[in-house]
Design a protein around this ligand. Structure first.
Ligand code: AMP
Length: 260
């Protein structure tokens, strides 16, 4: 277990020039702090999980709960891009032009970012990918990077929601642009209206959660991301869960599947 001081030293010295990595420090430190005293999967098993599903299916909420329970980092490419937009990095500027239109950020801006992130020390017992891969080339890039280390993903959890539920879910979604926490005005309200429980910043309807952009994102999901269900089905690691069930039931189902 590395100390906070060591992590700060390592990342600040290696990457002071790039705000993306400063964000990474915060993410690592946050994950370490929030996971103190939580359960491990045990038996020396690793837990490398992909969350698949349409935008707004609730995969981020479940990913955070899994990350917390098993002490594995939650890696959300959407959060990484948003942090870069907030910090005004070059990557953020490029990503924003695609995100605002409901389009995917090109694979060449996405793959290396994730491959680098999962190579970090805190991912050695596993990690949970939320929003990556989103295309077959991204999945192939991930498979190849893991093959090079004689590793593979353990599970791809497909959170299955009919399209008609998505638009209503997304219009009620609220996000904290500061720490990435997500809420829903009915299903997962903040304790204080409009204020993030985790960091106290305001929560907002993200631009890309607005109905016109959601429609585009759903089209993109069907064309480019849904084929991953067959890709991971063929690899024998696909688990599907019905997310129209209550959130806690969905979480219990996922835990049962991955601990079976
Ligand atoms: P999310 O928060 O995962 O719904 O992602 C928000 C937006 O970020 C998406 O609509 C995409 O524009 C972009 N994005 C996130 N992850 C990826 C990815 N793996 N590949 C390409 N674009 C992505």
């Amino acid at each position: 277990m590395y100390s906070w001081r060591y992590l700060e030293y390592r990342y600040l010295h290696l990457y002071t020039s790039d705000k993306l990595y400063i964000f990474k420090i915060k993410q690592i430190l946050y994950n370490r702090e929030s996971s103190k005293g939580k359960a491990h999967i045990g038996g020396g098993r690793t837990m490398k999980i992909i969350m698949l599903g349409a935008p707004g299916a609730g995969k981020g909420t479940q990913a955070k709960k899994i990350s917390d329970k098993y002490e594995i980092p939650h890696i959300s490419t959407g959060d990484i891009f948003r942090a870069n937009i907030k910090n005004g990095t070059e990557l953020g500027k490029k990503a924003k032009t695609y995100m605002d239109q409901g389009l995917l950020v090109p694979d060449e801006l996405t793959c290396d970012l994730v491959v680098d992130r999962i190579s970090e020390e805190d991912c050695k017992n596993g990690f949970i990918l939320d929003g990556f891969p989103r295309t077959i080339p991204q999945a192939e890039c991930l498979t190849e990077a893991l093959n090079e280390r004689n590793e593979k993903m353990d599970y791809a959890v497909n959170v299955d929601v009919p399209d008609e539920n998505i638009i209503s879910r997304m219009s009620g979604r609220r996000a904290c642009l500061n720490c990435g926490a997500t809420y829903h005005i009915v299903n997962i309200p903040t304790k204080k209206p409009g204020i993030c429980d985790r960091c106290g910043e305001p929560v907002v309807l993200r631009d890309d959660d607005k109905p016109e952009t959601v429609k585009k994102r759903l089209d993109v999901y069907h064309a480019q991301t849904k084929p991953l269900i067959d890709y991971y089905g063929d690899q024998g690691i696909l688990k599907t869960v019905d997310v129209t069930l209550p959130m806690e039931t969905v979480f219990d189902e996922i835990v049962k599947m991955i601990e079976a």
